[in-house]
Design a protein around this ligand. Structure first.
Ligand code: GLN
Length: 198
């Protein structure tokens, strides 16, 4: 009787761990029973099959990405199909254009973003976001000093909008959300990202 070895490839999800809300993303993946690990260095990056860039301060995260030598390796991987999810500051870092800013960015999605676009007085708000591909109920979007996607190129698929602007978008292997899905119990976007990872 031959012994058949089945090889399962278990995907490892990385969460960029410099600053901001990385811990909660790791908790969501734990809850979903997915292997995940923090990423800080180039060798950490090499061990993961996908990456989440969390919310926080995009200038600080960008600066640390550069300081840790991750900028070029990350850009190369994204260009070759590596799945990335950017939430809030992460979405800013994955935009090809950040309005009125020369901060360090990774790029990867053909969008223009405006930082802190919802004003300084009303810094945070929540809203029900209807996401057709996730069905009912709507996702509760937690927006914290959120950016706005002011324009998107033809290759960008808008997954959800709010007040006439996209708040969730997908282009090939890059997904961005301008809100914080990790702050609610609703993990449908994380699961959707895992489906993308395959
Ligand atoms: N306002 C922040 C920035 O511009 C993003 C805020 C967030 O990630 N919650 O980087």
């Amino acid at each position: 009787m031959p012994v058949i070895f089945l090889e399962f490839t278990v995907k490892q999800i990385g969460v960029l761990r410099y600053q901001g809300d990385f811990e909660r993303h790791l908790h969501v993946f734990d809850r979903l029973g997915t292997k995940s690990s923090p990423v800080r260095t180039v060798s950490d990056l090499e061990t993961v099959d996908a990456l989440v860039i969390p919310g926080g301060e995009s200038t600080t995260i960008g600066m640390l990405i550069e300081r840790f030598g991750l900028l070029e390796p990350l850009r190369r991987r994204i260009a070759s199909g590596f799945p990335v999810l950017g939430t809030c500051a992460g979405a800013i870092l994955l935009a090809n254009t950040i309005e009125s800013s020369d901060q360090v960015k990774v790029g990867g999605m053909d969008i223009v973003v405006r930082r802190n676009a919802y004003g300084t007085q009303v810094d945070s708000f929540e809203a029900d976001i209807h996401v057709p591909r996730l069905g009912d109920p709507p996702v509760r979007g937690v927006f914290i000093r959120a950016p706005r996607i002011v324009s998107a190129g033809p290759g960008v698929e808008v997954l959800a909008g709010f007040e006439d602007y996209p708040v969730a978008a997908l282009e090939a292997n890059v997904m961005v959300l301008t809100f914080h899905p990790e702050l609610t119990e609703d993990d449908r976007f994380h699961r959707h990202f895992l489906e993308m990872v395959g």
